[in-house]
Structure formats: C-alpha cells, structure tokens
Ligand binder design. Structure first.
Ligand code: EPU
Length: 350
C-alpha cells in the first residue's frame, strides 16, 4: 500500500491529484491481502473507497482524494471456447482496452472493431457500457467476473444481470450513488470480462464517416481490419490525443428529450441532428448543442472546449480540477438558457 500517492499518470485529464492510500492489485493474493488490511476496511466502512481503472472517464474535484484508491491491474488474455462460429475470450481487467481490441481484430473476430482506440482498460468497459461508431460493448459481453470487496466472494454477472443501457450498467450505479448492489452490501471489483466474438458477421459501417472514409481509400469490400483502421483515423481527427492533451473523452452525455421538445427545437433549428430512442424519446447530440451555443474552441486559462468536438472538455496543463468544474457549469447554464435542455456529465466526478 502506498500513501499520498500521485494519480497524475493515472487520470487522462492529467491533474496532479493525490490519494491518501493506494493499492495496486495484480493477483488474487493481493486481493486477499487488501481485504485483511485494517486501513482498507476502515475506509470501506466509511464509503471512502474508489476503484480506479484507466482513469479516462474520471474527474477528481479536489487535489486530494481522502480515501483508499484500489487499482486493479490483472493481466492476461485467454481463449476459453472456440467453436465453428465464435470464440469466447477471457480478458483480465488490467489489460489496455485498445490493445485488446487490436488483438481481436488481428484474430479476425467481429464485434469490437468499431470500439478501436477507446482509451481505458478492459475492466472499465462494462462499467459504463462504452460505445462508439454505432457499437456498444454490451453486444459482445458474455459475462463479467467480479470479487466482492465486502466479503471476498466471487460472483459472475451474466450479460442480463449487468443491466446495460446507454453508457450505464449495474456497476456504474455503484460509483455515483448507492445503487441496488450496494444496498445489498455488495461491492464488486471486476477482475475479468468474457467476450463472445463472431467469426462471421456484418460490419457496422453506417455510423458517421466510416463509409466515406472507406470510399476515400477506394475500399469497397472492407475487412474487420479496414473498419478498425477507419475508426482510428476518424477518432484522430476528432478527439484529443491521450497523453498529449488532458481530457476524458466526451465530458457530457448526449441529451434524451421528448418528441414534443425535439419538434420544437427542429422548428427553430431544422439542421439539428437526432437519433430515435425508445418510448417516444429522441437523442440529440450534446456536442451539437454546445457547438451551437458558441463554445467550441473556447479557452479559459488552462482549460477549454475541444475545437473539433464540443462534447470534449480539455485541460492544457498546470490547471486545477475546479477550473473544469467551473467551465462545466457555465456550459450547462448556457445550454439550458438557449435550448431549455439540462445536460449531465458523462464523466464520473469524484
Ligand atoms: N456535432 C456538432 N458539433 C460538435 C460535435 C458534434 O455539430 O462539436 C454533431 C456532429 O456533426 C454529429 C453529431 O453531433 O451530427 C454527433 O457527433 P459525433 O458523431 O461526434 O458523436 P457524439 O454523439 O458527439 C458519441 C460518443 C463518443 C463517440 C462518438 C462516435 C457519447 C457521450 N459520446 O459522441 O464517445 O466516440 O459518439 O461514436 O455518447 C466518449 O464516450 O468519451 C466518446 C468520445
């Protein structure tokens, strides 16, 4: 266990936040030691424990986290089932997500290619049901292996038990409020995820610029690798490079509004992009709202709004987490004033 441990390298915003206690977990023995650790137990009782994965979807509000940060770093990838049509692959939670996707693409397996180059680690993918370019990880997850930090018991969640929805799952609820598992005294640490990936399948080319990107390269009959390459190129054009500019990807969630609200907006802004949702609701891209409200490329001291994708807030270095919070509030206020829509952060604010 480390004390006053700097998390600067472990959050992609790049803020120099310190954790009072920090423990990296590489083996099940490490987990058992952690569960016997008195300081950990005290923090756990006080609800001052944070499971930190790749740190690419998190913003610490303060320079000091007054609690216990647990950092799962379990490594390994193994094929546990290989049948005519599919493979089931177990990937341990400390593996880097984009390396794992590259591995599945090299194996010529369908399912994760549209999720190429998303920052973060494998263990976090189910937590917020990561999604991009028309795909969501829930469609490739078979089951999630967890260990309960309260009792040390192992529990496997089937896909259905994970309760996936847009950028959400039963695991995410644990972090932001006392979700249903916490109320039952269960605090799962994800140590491995089983993915089911198809040997044959349809490629998803209809989202955004994928098809145009392929056409521009004269690719008419794309492979899985071609799609992964296109997604990587499109991401590079739109999103700040991890490790170069501090950010946590999309800072806000897309807005989901009623059809009435949408039609009112559409009358005022005929060009507004939208995607149908269930129950007569409509998804409106928050990036468009923020852009239209004039924030794209805005900069204030050390922080700003990315000039190629307004959904992304960036930290240019030497700033404080509170500067991002201030900017978030200003943008929320401005979008509310202009469009009457309340936008919520997608990033976990701790
Ligand atoms: N748009 C603008 N201006 C902007 C940004 C977007 O007009 O500054 C418009 C675009 O032209 C497009 C629409 O808004 O018509 C949607 O934009 P985009 O395709 O870039 O996707 P998004 O909805 O803004 C989501 C995910 C991203 C993911 C992309 C691509 C969320 C919160 N974000 O963004 O995920 O990469 O789709 O699939 O759902 C992340 O979660 O960190 C992330 C980057």
């Amino acid at each position: 266990m480390e004390k006053d441990f700097s998390l600067r390298e472990l959050n992609t915003f790049g803020f120099n936040v310190k954790a009072k206690y920090f423990q990296r977990l590489e083996t099940t023995d490490d987990v058992n030691l952690l569960l016997d650790n008195k300081i950990f137990r005290q923090c756990f009782e006080k609800d001052q424990v944070l499971i930190l994965s790749g740190g690419s979807n998190i913003l610490f509000c303060n320079d000091f986290y007054d609690g216990f940060v647990v950092y799962p770093d379990f490594k390994g990838i193994k094929i546990i089932e290989d049948t005519e049509n599919q493979k089931v692959i177990r990937c341990f939670s400390g593996e880097v997500w984009k390396d794992f996707v590259d591995f599945t693409v090299a194996e010529n397996l369908h399912g994760l290619e549209n999720l190429s180059d998303i920052p973060g680690k494998v263990g976090a993918a189910p937590v917020q049901n990561i999604g991009a370019y028309g795909a969501e990880v829930k469609d490739a997850i078979y089951q999630v292996h967890t260990i309960d930090l309260a009792s040390g018991e192992i529990r496997v969640f089937t896909n259905e038990e994970c309760k996936f929805s847009y950028r959400n799952s039963v695991f995410k609820e644990l972090k932001v409020k006392r979700g249903e598992l916490r109320e039952r005294g269960f605090y799962p640490l994800i140590f491995a995820v089983d993915f089911v990936l198809k040997k044959k399948g349809e490629l998803k080319l209809d989202y955004g610029n994928i098809r145009n990107n392929l056409i521009s390269k004269n690719i008419t009959n794309p492979t899985i690798q071609d799609v992964a390459d296109s997604v990587k190129e499109i991401r590079k054009e739109k999103l700040p490079e991890v490790g170069v500019v501090g950010s946590a990807g999309s800072f806000f969630q897309n807005a989901i509004v009623s059809i009435d609200k949408y039609l009112k907006l559409k009358a005022l802004y005929p060009e507004i992009p939208s995607y149908p949702e269930k129950d007569n609701m409509v998804k409106v891209p928050t990036g468009w709202l923020i852009d239209k409200a004039g924030w794209k490329g805005y900069r204030e001291k050390h922080v700003g709004v990315w000039d190629k994708q307004a959904l992304v807030l960036v930290h240019y270095g030497s700033g404080k987490p509170l500067e991002i919070i201030e900017l978030m509030k200003k943008i929320q206020h401005s979008v509310k004033e202009k469009f009457g829509i309340e936008i919520s952060p997608e990033v976990n604010i701790i």
